[in-house]
Design a binder for this molecule. Structure first.
Ligand code: FMN
Length: 316
């Protein structure tokens, strides 16, 4: 099985990926959260820092672009090629209202003809291989067969399918049957994404889609950094490992020069997922933390509570 760590804006940034790859090796690919270029291909300095090769040593990174026009996409792709990247991923999954209303992310799925024209340009002119991360439709997953016909026209390095429509945001039940039908029919390398939170979750996907060779995981791995290891039959996460991971991550953000408030915000964002490994414990003190000292005390309390369970998993 080829395992990918999904891009998660605000969570899986380079300090996170670097530490994760060091402490929990075995992920085949990490995807960077999206770069959203403006009309001339310019984008935020923080996006550039996140993908600079010197910040991403020791693991395979695939950068991602969120964009609906060929020129900015190709401008960023050329920069990535010059940095040594061999593949770029196109985001056709972002469900946020501001993105979709601009016909970007999952918004591009509304008009298969416009999507086709966009793909024609980027696949014929990209200096590096292009993979695609898509939802199964805008309003419903029954839109996917028609979309798949469009994708099939192009040599995508990989088609990652988040098995929901945009309307399902991150909540609806993934359409395993629809994904399995696509896997059977498509000649593209399909990767499954959506709600794999545990070994039992992976088993369910594999039962529905036998022959699946690629799985991407986001929130489940944000909650349990050892999830990929567990899925490969290795040891479950230990409390001491998790503690070390969290402490070293905070130190990495500090070393990067983030302000204490920014560090606190990043760690709280991650704890939105990690707290699932402490069933029954209250996140109150953590949520109320206003300083890094409050934060560390709240984390101490959680680990001292005895609530940690390596068998628990994200299920939000
Ligand atoms: C906080 C957050 C940020 C995300 N950022 C991105 C992103 O930058 N690019 C992207 O393609 N998907 C993004 N996603 C979607 C995930 O990559 C993934 O497709 C989704 O969470 C479903 O997989 P999961 O059930 O394994 O989490 C994000 C999801 C979350 C919850």
């Amino acid at each position: 099985m080829l395992f990918s760590f999904a891009p998660m804006e605000g969570v899986t940034l380079y300090p996170y990926r670097r530490l994760h790859a060091e402490m929990f090796p075995g992920v085949d690919r990490y995807y960077a959260p999206f770069i959203a270029p403006d009309g001339s291909g310019k984008y935020k300095a923080s996006n550039l820092r996140d993908i600079l090769p010197e910040n991403n040593r020791g693991y395979t990174l695939i950068p991602q672009i969120l964009c609906n026009r060929p020129e900015p996409f190709l401008a960023v792709a050329r920069e990535l090629a010059a940095m040594g990247y061999r593949e770029v991923n196109l985001n056709l999954g972002c469900p946020s209202a501001t993105v979709v209303s601009k016909h970007k992310g999952a918004g591009l799925l509304a008009d298969p003809a416009a999507l086709d024209a966009f793909l024609e340009e980027i696949f014929s002119r990209s200096p590096l291989a292009v993979s695609v991360k898509t939802r199964m439709g805008l309003e419903g997953t029954e839109e996917f067969p028609a979309l798949l016909e469009v994708f099939e026209k192009y040599p995508a390095a990989e088609l990652i399918v988040h098995a929901r429509a945009r309307s399902g945001m991150y909540k609806s039940v993934p359409d395993l049957a629809g994904f399995a039908a696509a896997l059977e029919k498509s000649h593209l390398p399909l990767c499954y994404n959506g709600n794999v939170f545990s070994p039992a979750g992976l088993k369910k996907v594999l039962a529905a889609a036998p022959g699946l060779e690629r799985v991407m995981i986001g929130r489940g791995a944000a909650a349990d950094p050892a999830l990929f290891r567990r899925l490969r039959g290795g040891a479950a996460l230990e409390a001491a490992e998790l503690r070390e991971f969290l402490e070293r991550l905070l130190e990495a953000y500090q070393a990067r020069g983030l302000s204490p408030n920014h560090c606190l915000a990043r760690m709280k964002e991650l704890w939105y997922y990690v707290i699932w490994l402490f069933p029954g414990a209250s996140p109150k003190a953590l949520n109320k933390a206003r300083t890094l000292s409050d934060y560390r005390s709240a984390v101490d309390l959680l680990f001292a509570s005895g609530a940690f369970s390596s068998e628990a998993s994200f299920n939000g």
